[in-house]
Design a protein around this ligand. Sequence first.
Ligand code: UDP
Ligand code: GLC
Length: 385
Amino acid sequence: MKILFLDQSGKPGGAELCLLDIAKPYRDRCLVALLADGPFRDLLEQHQIPVQVLSSEGIQVRKDSGWRQGFGSLAQLLPLITQVVQLSRNYDLIYANTQKALVVGALAAWLGRRPLVYHLHDILSPDHFSSMNRRLAVTLANRFSSLVIANSEASQTAFIAAGGRAELTQVIYNGFEPQIYQSSNAEAAQLRQQLGLEGQFVVGHFSRLSPWKGQHVLLEALAHCPQDVMALFVGDALFGEQQYVEQLHQQVNTLGLQKRVRFLGFRSDVVTLMKSCDLIAHTSTAPEPFGRVIVEAMLCGKPVVAAKSGGAIELITPEVDGWLATPGNPQQLAAVINLCRNQPERSSAIAHHAQIQASQRFDLDIINQKIAQLLGQTLARVPQV
Ligand code: UDP
Ligand code: GLC
């Protein structure tokens, strides 16, 4: 089967990293078409996955756009749609991986008479999207797609609640290669020394810097923890959230946390960094659609605490393979941090259990087999022209 993957972003966010893994088995018979250039293209090239950038300018539909802006940008999309229609002639199906890719992919699939699969990585709720964007996504998916792969039950439920057709949907979690997370602890110990983290209880936060990812909640929680507890923020503002970054630095100063907080920016050595931490915290204040970092922490054998909402609830059974804290509640988060600091044996037993479970539940080979099966069924159902 030949697949034309479409993604809106040139930046390697979670949806793009998930796509990278899905595209790997098709590298000799697929193309990833990106609507914007950036380091994600390099990443695909490093993995020998064919990639083509369709436009050097990002499409101007924002998550909070209204109908007027929406129609304006539709005109800008026409040249892109034409390109995708032409490309699609060499492929059996179009696989739209993000919302803006859905807009282009839906019209191109209709004009080029190709089946469309939509991988839904988002929770289509007012927390994340304007009503125009929710209606647009649901209308296009309902009308033009043959399959909607939701990255969690939470994303599936929100899609259906927004008017999406339930029968189109299948839940498929992100897949991971467990062996990637088995790097040696010696490397982590070395990094810990280089970063000057020895003798500290290090709470790692791995996420782009963005208000809804809730880095401020962890800063607030630190103020309720003993002095040897510090936070390591790994990730950058990927989508222009500079104001939030300044706000975080100000908060560090106001709370007097200068010596207990490190911002490392975007890093590609996430595994070694996670292994250098004592606990990984996920603190999203709006429901997280899936939350790759939660599974990655588990695969690294590290205890993890996540915000109790969205997909995170499906990933963690509290006290069995991690902890959940009420979103936006720094006191509850601090209580879990203190528990893990004070009871290292209990928390590492939970982390060990989570590691075993996660390496079976999210195994990339099995997840990719499920996707291949669904795509095969979709192709068999939709008549080819
Ligand atoms: N990540 C990374 N480098 C960083 C910060 C994050 O490679 O500096 C990765 C992280 O390991 C995870 C992804 O970015 O695989 C973020 O995905 P997630 O689903 O957690 O959140 P998203 O940002 O997609 O909402
Ligand atoms: C999106 C979501 C994130 C999810 C990722 C992969 O980026 O925000 O929660 O883990 O897609 O599905």
